[in-house]
Write a new protein. Sequence first.
Length: 119
Amino acid sequence: MTIIPTKKFNDDVEFYVRKKKYKKIYGDIKTVTDELENGNFVGDRLEGLTLPEKTAVYKVSVANSSTNVGKSHGFRLIYYVVIEEKVYLMTIYSKKDDLRVPSDKQVELLIKAILTEEE
């Protein structure tokens, strides 16, 4: 399984790194990417999105080990799977950061941008 962080994902990670209280975010993300590399699609599949066939979007809770608050108050990582081929890390946000939570429409636009880049 190929894991591909998108520009948006990298920008989101950098946003939290700059906030100083998220110093361990890379290690927190690695727990998820290790599972994905092994073909384990962790988290909850997001339903109701308009997606191409043989693709899926998942949202997974990630503990924020910098604050020691556990998964329920940690991060949410959204990734897009082109089944049995590629996983795109699309965005990550802190559950406490309501303004950064993407809508379904924004998720669909991120997917459209990924598909456009692949053409």
